[in-house]
Design a binder for this molecule. Structure first.
Ligand code: KIV
Ligand code: ZN
Length: 515
């Protein structure tokens, strides 16, 4: 193929990203992210793995039916029922893609698949051919490619091309490779492709912190599709971070010579949405979208910046959609002003949803003078995208101080019935959590993560709390905001319990479907 200079961005936040511990998303949340990814300008959205469950198939199908600008991919193994399920899900898309994979490393073939190399080749031939009978857009991935014997990998990819694959993906499944080694592998696969119209793709995991570096090395060697996730979420240490790939390509265009179709000004808001929906917070020093990514602390740096921003800044914050937090609304703002600003932020709410958000907005404006975009985003998230509500927090009371043993009382509505419990703790948050565990009948869940942060600038900023809980190997996440951080903690804990109830229900439905 004559090499163009266009790098296709294949986003797998909704598939590999959802495989991050505790990041299960509801359909509504996935749809919201899919729409945002479309506005961002990604080329392909991998919407899920339809054979995983009937619910997953329905969810991929729904995403496929609302997205029109990008390709929608469904992942499948080489087996027939997987491919049929994937096609059933994505065929409703305006631009469907089938993404079929099988492992090719000795380790995976022997221990996981229990197949010989010849049998794996036969699977590739049959699976890719089957996919190609449905669509021209067939991507083939050789799982664990970077630990695969190179001559065999070349044979596998040659077989995939012969049977109709138009994209060859080279996953570094376990985040094992290094830029120089990956360059060699990609270069060899480019030779297999030769003059054919087939795109070589990269899919890198971050176990050694090299996912972005490896992906860029692959681009330099000729790959023209990069698979990545927003905020770098994904299995274990995550996937290559979309925002880092895109900005590296943009800032170092002089070196890499490639473009994407991404509207980089949307990067910040898509990052916030994914963090909000998955409950996975973005670390302050995370490149591009972290809170400190554009902050300058040292006096020397600040001095240089005042003289000329370019002294210490290789890109401007506006390029990634980071704008000064502005006071947008206040206590006297009405429904129309709220609806207008939400619309500008990209939220299209129905009348009932808007009414709910407006009520909460008024309540907040009574307690907080300046309402920022961050506050509005949190209000909308609270009202619209949470998982189904099993537990509803009715009231929280607590006492704490230098001379008082921390104590809390909570009232919770559970499936329509109200329960009340009190507890002591080693601090007010701990007392509230103990009371909530008892009240909701979840004495054994443990709190694995607790993060607290200011939602916006200013001394009247709301507190934002993000929590991860676990029990029976299920990790569940919840986030909430409030002017009072103890109340925000109570709300976040209840959100995590609702998430847990939702995950348990999905597991129950899956078991019933399997039976
Ligand atoms: O990491 C991996 O190997 C994958 C493939 C299924 C593409 O996610
Ligand atoms: Zn992966």
């Amino acid at each position: 193929m004559t090499l163009d200079n266009y790098v296709r961005i294949f986003d797998t936040t909704l598939r590999d990203g959802e495989q991050s511990p505790g990041a299960t998303m509801t359909l509504e949340e996935k749809l919201r992210i899919a729409r945002k990814l479309e506005a961002l300008g990604v080329d392909v959205i991998e919407a899920g793995f339809p054979a995983a469950s009937p619910g997953e198939l329905a969810s991929v199908q729904e995403i496929a039916s609302v997205v029109s600008q990008c390709e929608v991919a469904g992942l499948c193994r080489t087996r027939e029922p997987d491919i049929e399920a994937s096609w059933k899900a994505v065929s409703v898309a305006q631009k469907p893609r089938l993404h079929v994979f099988i492992a090719t490393s000795k380790l995976h073939m022997e221990h996981k698949l229990k197949l010989t190399p010849a049998q794996v080749l036969e699977e590739v031939r049959r699976g890719v051919k089957h996919c190609a009978s449905f669509t021209k857009s067939v991507e083939f991935s050789a799982e664990d490619a970077t630990r695969t014997d190179l001559p065999f990998l070349k044979e596998v990819f040659a077989c995939a091309i012969e049977n109709g694959a138009t994209v060859l993906n080279i996953p570094d499944t376990v985040g094992y490779t290094m830029p120089a080694e990956y360059t060699r592998i990609v270069t060899e696969i480019m030779k297999v492709v030769g003059a054919r119209d087939v795109v070589v793709s990269t899919h890198c995991h971050n176990d050694l912190g090299l996912a972005v570096a490896n992906s860029l090395a692959a681009v330099m060697a000729g790959a023209r599709q990069v698979e990545c996730c927003v905020n770098g979420i994904g299995e274990r240490a995550g996937n290559a971070a979309l925002e880092e790939i895109v900005m590296a390509l943009k800032v170092r265009r002089d070196l890499l010579g490639c473009d994407t179709h991404i509207n980089t000004r949307e990067l910040m808001s898509v990052s916030r949405l994914v963090s909000q929906v998955t409950g996975l917070s973005v670390s302050a020093s995370k490149p591009i979208v972290g809170r400190n990514a554009f902050a300058h602390e040292s006096g020397i740096h600040q001095h240089g910046m005042l003289r000329d921003r370019r002294t210490y800044e290789i890109m401007v914050p506006e390029d990634v959609g980071l704008t000064e937090s502005k006071m947008v609304l206040g206590k006297h703002s009405g429904r129309a002003a709220l609806a207008n600003r939400l619309n500008e932020l990209g939220y299209r709410l129905g009348a009932a949803q808007l009414e709910g958000v407006f009520e909460r907005f008024k309540h907040l404006a009574d307690r907080k003078k300046n309402i920022y975009d961050e506050d509005l985003t949190a209000l909308v998230a609270d009202d619209v995208w949470n998982v189904p509500i099993r537990y509803e927090l009715v009231a929280v009371e607590f006492k704490s101080g230098t001379e008082i043993a921390p104590w809390a009382r909570v009232r919770v509505n559970i499936d329509g019935k109200e329960a009340c419990c009190e507890a002591n703790g080693n601090g007010p948050v701990n007392a509230v959590v103990q009371a909530l565990k008892e009240c909701t009948g979840n004495p054994d869940v443990s709190m694995d993560e607790y993060h607290i942060d200011a939602l916006s600038t200013g001394s009247d900023a709301q507190g934002k709390v993000a929590i991860a809980i676990s029990g029976d190997q299920i990790i569940s996440r919840g986030q909430a905001t409030d002017m009072d951080v103890v109340i925000a903690s109570a709300k976040a804990f209840v959100a995590a319990l609702n998430h847990r109830a939702y995950q348990l229900e999905l597991t129950r439905l899956q078991a019933a479907a399997d039976a």
